[in-house]
Design a protein around this ligand. Structure first.
Ligand SMILES: *Cc1c(COP(=O)(O)O)cnc(C)c1O
Length: 418
């Protein structure tokens, strides 16, 4: 037995997820296919959530990382709330059975109709990202005669030391309200009739592997909470966002959730706030992977390409961020060769892995693109008119389809020849 990630391991020469041979999934469902493990979700949710047991808290799963309603239902049953960034995500969360009072709503560009949707469903709070948004929300809430509970998303100006495309807590980023301005915006909110400031929010970035920026941000934001309370504002919720990183290679060790908790919890205890956390990747990333078939092998002078049936439209992170995904064969191979794993899409950037040591494959072999549970299917598109993959949930020795593979019909749904 060789363990790659919790519940994902080789038994003999064969790759298993829980008690299922992944080749059985490829055979029955076809490829490409996203595979999630119920036990892994449970493991990662508990690893995270239990780290914060010292304080009253809500783990609001970041829906954008993995949005399937079967997954959201699983997490709801474990006690999760939802961190959402659109009305569509609120719709998913509610559909999956997540209680509205466990839903928070962030995003720099909320439309009025999205505000109305969220208000009418009675979500916990809006994480407001600009002065104009605050004013608009006040008007929308007045129209509906429903007070909007809010937190201001504060940009604490700390460097999370991650990929620039996924850092969000620096002054130069489009997210949140500058730290120095936030106090003033809270004072405005206090005067407004239809918004009720109940919390404070920050989210400094994604795939963060050094937990010290969380302490820096928490300290700054905690100071702000004290200043606001001095002015009579009842800040009840301290929302520390998401962003804790994972290992994309089985042999790396990411920080534990407890080490994150150590950086945040002391501030929350001192303030006697309720803590909200918004992990996405940390829970879903290593709870899923993508299976793909090797369609063709091209061996050229000094270069080998494995052309597989999954592409950048199915799994975008390598093309978008030059991200690393560990790739392993469904059945172990004798020899190693150095290959590029590429998809069929007509773009040079359609690469899943570059110059990677991989067991020597043959046409028809199945590969697993690991750590694809987060920002995998949820970022997929129909580019090149490719139908999006099926999604499968494994539990023990069983697996079920939680999203059918799209059909040609779904490709042209809503289109009209005029
Ligand atoms: C994307 C996002 C998250 C989740 O980020 P992860 O890195 O997946 O944990 C949490 N909160 C907000 C506001 C986000 O935009």
């Amino acid at each position: 037995m060789e363990k790659l990630f919790p519940f994902i391991e080789y038994r003999g020469r064969k790759l298993f997820v829980e008690d299922v041979d992944v080749q059985a999934i490829a055979k029955r469902i076809g490829t490409p296919v996203y595979v999630y493990s119920k036990a892994a979700f449970s493991y990662w949710f508990n690893e995270f959530d239990s780290a914060f047991n010292d304080v009253e808290h809500l783990t609001a799963f970041a829906v954008k990382s993995c949005s399937n309603i079967a997954i959201l239902r699983l997490l709801a049953e474990m006690g999760a709330g939802a961190d959402t960034v659109s009305a569509g995500e609120i719709f998913r969360a509610i559909n999956a059975g997540i209680a509205p009072e466990k839903i928070v709503f962030a995003g720099v560009g909320k439309r009025k109709d999205e505000m109305e949707y969220a208000l009418s469903h009675g979500i916990l709070m809006f994480n407001v990202e600009s002065r104009q948004e605050l004013e608009t929300l006040n008007k929308v809430a007045e129209k509906l005669r429903k007070r909007a509970r809010i937190a201001i998303r504060v940009n604490p100006d700390v460097d999370p030391k991650t990929h620039p495309y996924i850092s969000t807590g620096l002054r130069t980023s489009k997210f949140g309200i500058d730290y120095d301005e936030a106090f003033d915006v809270y004072m405005k909110a206090k005067e407004m009739e239809w918004v009720e400031p109940i919390g404070i929010h920050f989210h400094i970035g994604s795939q963060i592997l050094d937990v010290s920026p969380f302490e820096e941000a928490s300290a700054k934001v905690a100071d702000l909470v004290k200043a606001l309370r001095d002015k009579g504002l009842d800040i009840e919720y301290f929302d520390a966002g998401g962003g804790l990183g994972i290992n994309y290679h089985p042999e790396e060790n990411p920080p534990s959730s407890s080490s994150l908790a150590e950086r945040i919890v002391p501030f929350v205890k001192e303030l006697d706030c309720k803590l909200i956390l918004e992990p996405g990747r940390r829970i879903s990333g290593n709870s899923g992977f993508l299976l793909t078939e090797v369609l063709y092998i091209k061996r050229k002078e000094g270069k080998i390409f494995y052309i597989v049936d999954a592409a950048m439209n199915d799994c975008m992170r390598p093309s978008l961020y030059d991200a690393y995904h560990h790739i392993v064969p469904a059945e172990k191979k004798e020899n190693i060769e150095i290959v590029d794993v590429v998809g069929p899409v007509c773009e040079t950037g359609d690469i899943l892995a570059k110059e990677r040591e991989l067991g020597k494959c043959e046409q028809g072999d199945i590969l697993a693109v690991l750590s694809a549970g987060a920002y995998g299917f949820s970022m997929s598109s129909n580019y090149n008119s490719r139908v999006r993959p099926a999604e499968i949930l494994v539990s023990g020795s069983k697996f079920e389809v939680i999203r059918e593979r799209e059909t040609f019909g779904s490709l042209i749904e809503g289109e009209k020849i005029v």
